[in-house]
Design a protein around this ligand. Structure first.
Ligand code: C5P
Length: 421
């Protein structure tokens, strides 16, 4: 991981009360190793889990807890500390801390700093899965996200209390990676090892499908899905930024075409399949569209009428062609990237799909309420035959750069393997 963007970054690491606070000691080490200058601020509750002295020993600076601490305030007062910071990272962020931030409370030093600090704020939530699913917590997160607060995680997994579910704090390495990607993206740089290679896709033709399709039932009704097209459009934007010639084949969406991208609008899965078939040469194909698996066999010519409380006709559905499979059977074939949105058994189903559709790389994501479709951010598990890469929750623009970096990395590995064999 290239963490050079953290060199000399002035970071306030906020630690709130939760068992995950012990992981923040390792996070602090990673940040200081990357060259960041870190000052730790703990809530009173956090000190019940880890002592301030541990953070002091690792950061080389005294740790602040109290707002009204005359001695500490005579050194760097809290307003000066807020002005000093380039970024504020709160890990773990407990349900209580998120609630206080969402409602603009300033009842301790950390929440006061959140209000007084103009620098970007990242939070890594950590709590019991039932708490994370609570509508009050969801609403607080929505308020914070709408204000531009960036979320890292939480992850799905086993929790300290024995429950299994979403709410585990992301691992320190993942937090570091998300922070690095986010800061690099702000600097206008794609993140990761290939970041110096900003025109890495020069001369390549990248074809991307995006959005959902609409399958007509009659002249006014259709079958559709929740896809917003945001991920496909973010990929088109990123590929164009990296120098590729980009063709974006999109279902009906309300998004602006990224600059330098050639867009083809389609409505149905059959039209999308035809538009893809019409592209002769492509180096990389990304199937980000949520293509309807079935269409109505014979859409009605006139609006269907209701007959005594029910529709007057049974809809017969026929299967649509699988666009990505058709592309991966081409000879010569492009590198093929697909997506798998799953509500359960993410890894197992995604890997099955990757093999069945002969994809080179699959980007798997868990979907459900407030996750995946129509959201500005997401988290992805990338799976290819030679490895896996977890991309923690981040803006879809950042994820797009990370997906393309992974593609470049796999290609380089493959070239390497073919030279040495
Ligand atoms: O089987 P499922 O629809 O979940 O597969 C998802 C992947 O397959 C996505 O990459 C999607 O763009 C692609 N797909 C396709 N043509 C279809 C159905 C899905 O290209 N008819």
């Amino acid at each position: 991981m290239n963490t050079s963007c953290l060199q000399n970054q002035r970071i306030i690491l906020g630690v709130s009360g939760g068992i995950a606070a012990y992981k923040s000691l390792h996070l602090l080490r990673l940040l200081t190793r990357a060259g960041a200058d870190v000052r730790v601020v703990m809530t009173q509750a956090a000190t019940e889990f880890v002592t301030p002295l541990s953070f002091q020993a690792l950061s080389g600076h005294s740790v602040r807890v109290a707002l009204f601490d005359a001695e500490a305030e005579s050194g760097m007062d809290h307003i000066a500390l807020a002005r000093w910071a380039d970024c504020l990272l709160i890990a773990p962020a407990s349900a209580d801390l998120l609630a206080r931030c969402a409602h603009g409370r300033a009842d301790d030093l950390l929440t006061t700093l959140v209000l007084a600090c103009a620098a970007p704020l990242w939070v890594a939530p950590a709590m019991n899965q039932q708490m994370w699913r609570h509508p009050a917590v969801k609403e607080n997160c929505r308020i914070l996200a709408a204000r531009g607060v960036r979320f890292i995680g939480p992850q799905v997994g086993e929790q300290a209390c024995g429950d299994i579910g979403a709410g585990r704090m992301s691992e320190p390495e993942q937090i570091l990676q998300a922070l690095t990607q986010s800061i690099s993206a702000q600097d206008g740089q794609p993140s990761g090892q290939l970041e110096s290679d900003t025109r890495g896709l020069d001369g390549r033709h990248v074809v991307i499908t995006a959005g959902g399709t609409q399958e007509p039932i009659d002249p006014v009704r259709y079958i559709a899905n929740r896809s917003s097209g945001k991920m496909g459009f973010a990929l088109a934007h990123a590929a164009a930024r990296l120098g590729a010639t980009v063709t974006l084949i999109s279902g009906p969406v309300s998004l602006q075409t990224p600059s330098g991208v050639q867009r083809v609008d389609v409505t149905t899965a059959l039209e999308m399949a035809e538009a893809v078939a019409a592209v002769e040469k492509m180096d990389l194909f990304i199937g980000a569209a949520a293509v309807a698996d079935f269409r109505v066999a014979r859409p009605a010519e006139h609006k269907l009428k209701k007959q005594s409380g029910k529709m007057g006709q049974t809809l017969e559905l026929v299967e649509n062609p699988d666009i990505i499979t058709t592309v991966s059977r081409r000879d010569p074939r492009p590198f093929v990237i697909g997506f798998a949105a799953e509500t359960e058994k993410l890894v197992e189903y995604a890997e099955q799909k990757r093999v069945a559709k002969n994809m080179d790389l699959i980007c798997a994501n868990q979907v459900g309420p407030g996750q995946g479709f129509d959201q500005p951010d997401n988290e992805l598990l990338l799976i290819w035959s030679g490895g896996r890469r977890w991309l923690p929750r981040a803006d879809k623009q950042q994820l797009a750069f990370a997906v393309l970096e992974t593609y470049q990395r796999i290609q380089k590995e493959q070239e390497h393997a073919s030279y040495s064999s």
